[in-house]
Design a protein around this ligand. Structure first.
Ligand code: N01
Length: 535
C-alpha cells in the first residue's frame, strides 16, 4: 500500500539521526506500524549534514555510540578515541543496514507542516515535495542543532566566489589550494574547520565576533589492549553512564575546588585539559556555579592560549572576556590557536573592526577590504527550538506552536507540549540533550516516548497530552536550576542569544542527565500523571 493512502501509521518519527533511527528500530521491533521521514537523502542527522573537514565528536567514541545491542557494541571497533565525522557517519550507516532500518524511511521528505485533527486523533504531516502522511503519534527527532542560520550582513547575496556552510558541506569535498578563504564564525565548527583549511589555502582570514575557549583534542588510535578492555567491560561502562550527569562514565571531582590544595587543583586542571573533549568543563563540581572557581579555571585556559600564540596581541584577541569559561559550549580543536602563527593566517576581530558589507569579491570591514575566493559560514544554528518552529505546527483546535512559544518554549520534560496531543519532541528544549552524551540520551528519550505510546495502545487511549500545569512547573524548574549556575550570564545559543528577537531563556535542563532520567522514570512508573489521557 502506498504510505500516503490507507490507514494512518501508528507512529511517524521525523529524523534519521541517532534518535530517529533508534526510535524507528524500537517501534518496528514492538510491532508498531512506523514510518520514518528524513529531509536528507541519507541517514546520519547532524553527521550527515556537517561533513566539513575537521568535524570530530568531543565525546569519546566508545561512549558516543549505541548501547542497546550488545552484539553491535561488541562488533564495532572504533579506531580513534574521538571519532571523526566520516567514521561516525559510517557507523550510523552500518546500524541502518544491520537492522534494516532504511525500509521504514522515506528520504528527501522535509516536513514543512503538521496538523492535528482532534476528532480523529490523527496527525497529518506535509512535506516540501507535497506528500502527506498521517499517523496517530508523531515524534520529532529533528535535532537541536539542525536549523542553520545565515547571517544578515549587507551585500551577502552578492558574493560571486564560492560560498560554503559548515552545516551543509558538499559531500564531494572542497579543495582550497591557491585560494583566499574567509571563515565567519568561531564556535565549535569554525574552530575545527579553520586549521585544516589553513594547511592548504593560500590565505585564510578568520572573522571573529566572539572569542571562544577551546581545548585541544588529544586524539589517537585506540590500542588493541584498550579495545579488548573496553569490550570486556562495556556493560559496566554503560551502567556507569545511564544515571550519570553527562551520560558518560566521567564525572567531575567530588571535592569543591577551594577545598583542594593549590597543587591538587593545578594537577586536576592539567589532567582534564590533557584528557580533552568537553570534560574540561567538569573539572570541579562548583566551576559552573561559583565565579571565583570559574575564574581559576579560566586563568588556566588563558595561560594555555597565551603559550600557544606567538603574537601577544593576537593571543589577546583570541581570549574571551565576555563570559565565564564553559558557559558557552567549550570547543575542541586540533591546532586552532597554533594556526595563527602561520604566515598565511590572519584574524579579524569584528568587535574592533566590524564587517560593513560583503561584495562580489570579498569583505569590507570598517578598516579594510579583504579579497576572497571562498567564503565559509560557520555561523551556527537556531538551536533547540528552530527545527520545530520552522515547521507550520498546529495542535488541537488549530493552536499554533509559534504562538504558544512566543514568550519562550514550554514543555513537560521536553517531551510533551500542552495543546499538542500525541506529539513528542525528543532531544530538545527542556531536556539535558546538548549537555550530555547525545547517543545514550537518544536511547533514553525514545524508550520513554515509545513506552508511553505502548501504554496508550494497551489501555485504549486515543490521546495523550501534557498537562499545562505540569509543563509550567517543569519550565519554571528549568529556569530555577539554570539560575543557580553561571550559564545564564553568557550570550550563548543555549540562551537563544544568537538569534535576534528570540526569547532569552536557558533552554536545556542543566540539572544532570541522572536527575532528569529519574524524573522521567517517576512519571512513567506512576502511570503518566502529568499527561491527560483520553480513551
Ligand atoms: O555554532 P556557534 P557552531 N557575524 O553558534 C558567529 C555543536 N558542535 O556550529 O558568538 C560574525 O557555536 C558567532 O559569533 P557570536 C556544539 O554544541 C559540536 O560552531 O554569536 N559572526 C559564533 O562565533 C556547538 O556549540 C562539535 O558572537 C557571526 C559562530 O558564528 C554547536 O554545535 C562541532 C555572525 C557560531 O558559533 C554550534 O557550533 C561542531 C555574524 N553575523 C558543532 N553570526 C563537536 O562535537 C554568527 N556568528 C566538537
Amino acid at each position: 500500500m502506498h504510505p500516503e493512502q490507507g490507514s494512518p501509521f501508528d507512529v511517524i518519527i521525523i529524523g534519521a539521526g541517532f534518535a530517529g533511527l533508534y526510535g524507528v528500530h524500537q517501534a518496528a521491533k514492538a510491532g508498531l506500524n512506523v514510518l520514518g521521514l528524513e529531509a536528507g537523502e541519507g541517514v546520519g542527522g547532524t553527521w550527515f549534514w556537517n561533513r566539513y573537514p575537521g568535524a570530530r565528536c568531543d565525546v569519546e567514541s566508545v561512549d558516543y555510540s549505541y548501547s542497546f545491542d550488545e552484539d553491535l557494541q561488541q562488533s564495532w571497533a572504533w579506531t580513534e578515541r574521538f571519532a571523526a565525522q566520516p567514521e561516525i557517519l559510517a557507523y550510523i550507516n552500518h546500524v541502518a543496514d544491520r537492522f534494516d532500518l532504511r525500509r521504514h524511511y522515506r528520504f528527501n521528505q522535509r516536513v514543512t507542516a503538521a496538523t492535528f485533527d482532534d476528532d480523529a486523533a490523527v496527525w497529518t504531516l506535509r512535506t516540501e515535495s507535497g506528500h502527506e502522511f498521517r499517523s496517530q503519534f508523531v515524534v520529532f527527532a529533528t535535532g537541536c542543532l539542525s536549523a542553520p542560520i545565515k547571517p544578515n550582513i549587507p551585500g551577502i547575496e552578492s558574493f560571486a566566489g564560492e560560498e560554503l556552510f559548515t552545516a551543509r558541506w558538499p559531500e564531494e569535498g572542497v579543495g582550497f589550494a591557491g585560494k583566499r578563504v574567509g571563515v565567519i564564525g568561531t564556535g565549535s565548527s569554525g574552530i575545527q574547520v579553520a586549521p585544516i583549511i589553513a594547511r592548504e589555502a593560500e590565505a585564510l582570514t578568520v572573522f571573529q565576533r566572539s572569542a571562544n575557549f577551546s581545548v585541544p583534542v588529544p586524539n589517537r588510535p585506540w590500542t588493541d589492549a584498550e579495545q579488548s578492555e573496553i569490550r570486556a567491560t562495556y556493560r559496566q561502562r554503560r551502567e556507569n553512564s545511564y544515571y550519570a550527569p553527562a551520560a558518560t562514565p566521567h564525572r567531575s571531582l567530588q571535592t569543591k575546588a577551594l577545598e583542594l590544595t593549590a597543587e591538587e587543583r593545578a594537577r586536576a586542571l592539567e589532567d582534564r585539559w590533557n584528557g580533552g573533549g568537553v570534560l574540561f568543563n567538569k573539572v570541579f563540581p562548583d566551576q559552573n556555579s561559583d565565579l571565583a572557581v570559574n575564574e581559576l579555571v579560566r586563568e588556566f585556559a588563558v595561560a594555555k592560549i597565551r603559550a600557544k600564540v606567538d603574537d601577544p596581541a593576537v593571543a589577546d584577541d583570541l581570549i574571551p572576556y565576555d563570559h565565564p569559561i564553559g558557559t558557552k559550549r567549550i570547543c575542541t580543536d586540533s591546532g586552532y590557536y597554533e594556526m595563527f602563527n602561520r604566515p598565511n593566517v590572519s584574524l579579524v576581530n569584528l568587535r574592533r573592526e566590524a564587517i560593513e558589507e560583503v561584495t562580489p569579491t570579498g569583505i569590507r570591514t570598517a578598516d579594510r577590504f579583504i579579497e576572497l575566493d571562498t567564503l565559509i559560514y560557520a555561523t551556527g544554528f537556531d538551536a533547540m527550538t528552530g527545527a520545530l518552529l520552522r515547521i507550520d505546527l498546529h495542535g488541537a483546535h488549530g493552536a499554533r506552536l509559534g504562538d504558544l512559544w512566543a514568550d519562550g518554549p514550554v514543555t513537560y520534560l521536553g517531551f510533551g507540549i500542552p495543546g499538542f496531543p500525541n506529539m513528542f519532541s525528543v532531544n530538545s528544549v527542556g531536556t539535558p540533550s546538548v549537555m550530555a552524551n547525545m547517543v545514550l540520551h537518544s536511547e533514553q528519550q525514545l524508550d520513554w516516548v515509545l513506552a508511553l505510546v505502548e501504554h496508550c495502545r494497551a489501555q485504549g487511549i486515543r490521546k495523550a497530552v501534557a498537562r499545562a500545569e505540569a509543563a509550567a512547573t517543569w519550565t519554571d524548574h528549568l529556569v530555577e536550576v539554570a539560575e543557580g549556575t553561571l550559564f545564564v550570564k553568557a550570550d550563548s545559543w543555549y540562551m537563544g542569544a544568537n538569534i535576534e528577537g528570540k526569547k532569552r531563556v536557558f533552554m536545556p535542563y542543566i540539572g544532570g542527565f541522572d536527575n532528569y532520567r529519574r524524573y522521567c522514570d517517576e512519571e512513567r512508573d506512576n502511570g503518566y500523571p502529568s499527561f491527560e489521557l483520553t480513551a
